[in-house]
Design a protein around this ligand. Structure first.
Ligand code: NIG
Ligand code: FE
Length: 413
């Protein structure tokens, strides 16, 4: 009998997501590699083995046993697109939208993102750290064990770098795994000329991001950056060795998804509006579609990304909250799974793949996170359901009962 740290037993099923060591596309997204009556063996923070109770009987002596009591066990959720570090909230804007104003009109009128920028510039490192830490803890309680964090509410050097430094502090301190992205290209700030700002973004800013950010992202859309500006910034970022991401087609298709994919972007995000030609370029380059149905939902839009067309085109899909104070203040990947199923027609299994293994690849952590295979990090959750289909079925509540992070039980409800 081998001595190990932890044995997770008596799961209704363990969804291992075992499969090829890459993002999953098309029909692969519906294969969860489930083990009925499953057990997970964990040691030194890593998955050692998974198998049925019968296969695993008598093999391991564990220092701790976590009984899942007939509940569902799966990898921790990965949230690959968030704007987690900012000050203040914008519920007054939500009220204005409910009264008929549009998101883009509010932005064009100097509110929206600009309102959060104003508050964030005034906030200290410690204030930003404390609020972001609290948000990450909420995410963890909702089953998210890894998260990508973007800057983008400073729009000038000092605050942009302060946000990145906060994100890096969270990366060191945890509890979640964190990937850091520079989104200085969120919108043009009110107090700087367009040309001067784009020139900073595609030069000095990127030099300042060395060691601070892994990815560079640009919001390419009506009211934000043009395709030409976005490509200029991404090309310079690529030349300096950053991974690339893009906010593409949330409101209008400017061709950003295809352009970013041609430059080798790891993901193109939003995609409420995207052409079939661009999906083909994404497929060819392995660019993952990160879909953010919470933003459509919260903005009261009927325009959800066409996940079915993407699945058919063989583009790998990931889901994310887009957590931010303007278009989606939700911590819950479970809610995103529900929206993906009920508003975008994804199957529960595909939505689970999109929230775990594909999301891990979309933040450059596919080798470490997103599946329960031997050698992967032991990040797993116990949900109070018996099947993957019950996750979007019992929607609107937090189904999490346990969260295990690097082999340690960090949430126990
Ligand atoms: O991804 N689209 C641009 N940025 C965010 C919204 C940011 C905000 O409104 O504060 C998004 O939806
Ligand atoms: Fe976003």
């Amino acid at each position: 009998m081998k001595s190990i740290d932890l044995l997770v037993t008596e799961a209704s099923q363990v969804l291992t997501l075992a499969g090829p060591a890459r993002q999953r596309c098309g029909p692969e997204m519906s294969e969860l590699s489930a083990i009925p009556n499953g057990t997970v063996a964990v040691d030194k923070g890593l998955v050692v083995e998974t198998g049925s109770a019968a296969e695993m009987a008598g093999k391991y002596r564990a220092r701790k046993t976590l009984e899942a009591n007939g509940r569902l066990v799966l990898p921790g959720f990965v949230d690959p697109h968030t704007h987690l570090v900012f000050a203040g909230t914008r519920e007054y804007e939500m009220a204005a939208r409910l009264a008929g104003d549009s998101y883009l009109d509010i932005l064009a009128g100097g509110g929206g993102i600009h309102g959060t920028v104003e508050k964030t510039r005034k906030a200290s490192f410690d204030e930003l750290l404390e609020s972001a830490k609290g948000r990450m803890q909420r995410m963890l309680e909702h089953g998210t064990t890894a998260v990508e964090i973007k800057s983008g509410y400073g729009l000038e050097p000092e605050t942009e770098f302060r946000i990145l430094d906060v994100a890096n502090r969270l990366r060191h301190d945890g509890p979640c795994d964190v990937a850091v992205t520079f989104l200085g290209g969120h919108v043009v700030p009110k107090d700087t000329g367009r040309e001067a700002y784009v020139s900073w973004l595609s030069g000095e800013a990127l030099d300042g991001c060395k060691g601070r950010a892994e990815f560079v992202d640009v919001f390419c859309d009506q009211g934000a950056f043009t395709l030409e500006e976005s490509v200029q910034i991404l090309k310079e970022a690529k030349a300096r060795g950053f991974g690339l991401k893009i906010h593409a087609g949330q409101f209008r298709d400017l061709g950003a998804a295809g352009a970013a994919a041609s430059l080798g972007a790891i993901s193109a995000d939003h995609l409420e509006h995207v052409s079939a030609d661009q999906l083909a370029v994404m497929k060819k380059n392995g660019t993952i579609a990160v879909l953010l149905p919470g933003a459509s939902f919260f903005l009261g839009s009927r325009e959800y990304p066409d996940a079915k067309a993407m699945e058919k085109a063989g583009v790998a899909i990931a889901l994310s909250t887009d957590f931010n104070p303007g278009s989606c203040p939700s911590y819950s990947m479970q809610m995103m799974i529900a929206l993906a199923c009920h508003q975008m027609g994804m199957s529960a299994a595909a939505a689970v793949t999109a929230s775990t293994v594909n999301a891990a690849y979309a933040m450059g952590r596919g080798g470490l996170l997103g599946t329960l295979e031997p050698g992967k990090q032991a990040d797993l959750i116990v949900l109070d359901v018996e099947t993957p289909e019950q996750i979007p079925y019992f929607y609107g509540v937090n189904l999490v009962r346990k969260v295990v992070k690097k082999g340690r039980v960090v949430v126990d409800i």
